[in-house]
Design a protein around this ligand. Structure first.
Ligand code: PEP
Length: 252
């Protein structure tokens, strides 16, 4: 059965001492409470090595915010899948909407990054979702279908089972606007049905599909209660330990 996952994307936040404190506090929480979902964090890459040290027993999953499509070489500023793998990380976000908006990433590049991660034995958290204009024009289903097919449908059945998908409507990220639980469910079931048509129902049922977009302690439970929502990719609320814990506890 597919896993419930709550992953905190810290984006470009926290100084070194702040990051260290948040990680240590999260470890203290994880050490005394058992959780009913897998907990991961996605800190800025400069802190991944610190995170690996703090969560040395893999109490919390660790993902990078981005990865290069290239294996190695003259690509200043980039991080390869092999580097992530050599630090025993779990994987990386791919095609987060902020990477799409500010770095012109698209699903063709997402596909290459996903391939690079899978080849290194790592898990992509592949993000997709429609813009406000696309939703207003009634094109959200079509957009997410195209994104999903372009980025994922070249994968083998074994490969796609390693992918975590995060549906993140762009209009809901960092805006305080959240998709309603039914809006989230509609897209999550679309994605799962597309996967089922291509790879079979059994495979589709194994894939965790997370929702992202202004998930907060007060709306997490309702969103996560939808049958095709397997957890959340949490931005702002993952920066405050108490809020992040309350979201994790939505699975209790
Ligand atoms: C995100 O960064 O993936 C995200 C969903 O952010 P927020 O929760 O702040 O909307």
């Amino acid at each position: 059965m597919r896993k419930n996952i709550v992953a905190g994307n810290w984006k470009m936040n926290k100084t070194f001492p702040e990051a260290e404190k948040l990680m240590k506090d999260l470890l203290a929480y994880k050490s005394k409470e058992s959780t009913h979902c897998q907990v991961s964090i996605v800190p800025p890459s400069i802190y991944l090595s610190l995170a690996r040290e703090i969560f040395k027993n893999k109490e919390v999953g660790l993902f990078s915010q981005d990865v290069s499509k290239h294996s190695h070489g003259a690509y200043t500023g980039e991080i390869s899948a092999a580097m992530l793998q050599s630090m025993q990380l779990d994987g990386s976000l791919v095609a987060h909407s902020e990477r799409r908006a500010y770095h012109r990433e698209n699903d063709t590049l997402a596909k290459e990054k996903i391939n690079a991660l899978l080849a290194a034995g790592l898990r992509p958290i592949y993000c997709n979702g429609e813009s406000l204009e696309e939703r207003k024009a009634g094109k959200h289903l079509e957009v997410v279908k195209k994104q999903t097919e372009t980025a994922l449908f070249g994968l083998s059945e074994e490969e796609i089972k390693k992918v975590i998908i995060a549906y993140e409507p762009v209009w809901a990220i960092g805006t305080g606007e959240t998709a309603s639980p039914n809006q989230a469910q509609e897209i999550h079931s679309l994605i799962r049905n597309l996967i089922a048509e291509k790879y079979g129902r059994e495979t589709a049922e194994e894939i965790s599909i997370l929702y992202g977009g202004s998930v907060k302690p007060d709306n997490a439970k309702e969103i996560f209660s939808k049958p095709d929502v397997d957890g959340g990719l949490i931005g702002g609320a993952s920066l405050v330990l108490e809020d992040f814990i309350k979201i994790i506890q939505a699975f209790d």
